[in-house]
Write a protein of this length. Structure first.
Length: 152
């Protein structure tokens, strides 16, 4: 169960992340071993490095200590969403512009097809993907799953 202070913690950390050109993707707060676990997933255009996560962790820990929001002990974990995390929000897609994606697109009669290509643009209700066959526009409502394509 999430901690009731989650809104206050989010209000505290979001500007700190913004100063570092990062965005809060997810914030989870829950009790763990007698203290509060504050887990943040952060992202930015181009991705987040381990060093940037460590710096954000330190700044957020100091801000939480100074704020008095968490009088009991706490642990802060800051990490990136990871390469295989599905893109679910418009902002997720905006951060992925210029990257290769793999989309599972819903077709008629319960069928689907895979679309692979570079994300060119995000429109209010669709994305534009450059494929080997040309640019295509895919309505967001028809995307079942979207992930960054991982090249090995």
């Amino acid at each position: 169960m999430d901690d009731p202070r989650i809104g206050e913690i989010q209000a505290l950390v979001s500007p700190l992340l913004g100063e570092r050109e990062m965005e809060l993707v997810e914030l989870i707060c829950h009790p763990a071993g007698g203290e509060l676990m504050v887990r943040l997933l952060v992202d930015r255009v181009g991705g987040v490095t381990i060093q940037q996560c460590a710096q954000a962790n330190q700044v957020i820990r100091q801000a939480l200590e100074a704020s008095g929001l968490v009088p009991e002990g706490f642990t802060v974990e800051v990490s990136s969403p990871g390469l295989d995390r599905p893109l679910t929000t418009k902002r997720d897609f905006e951060r992925a512009i210029g990257e290769d994606l793999r989309l599972d697109v819903r077709l008629e009669e319960g069928r689907s097809k895979e679309v692979r290509g570079m994300l060119l643009a995000v429109q209010p209700a669709a994305v534009v993907v450059k494929t080997t066959g040309g640019n295509i526009t895919v309505p967001m409502a028809e995307i079942r799953v979207a992930k960054k394509a991982i090249r090995w």
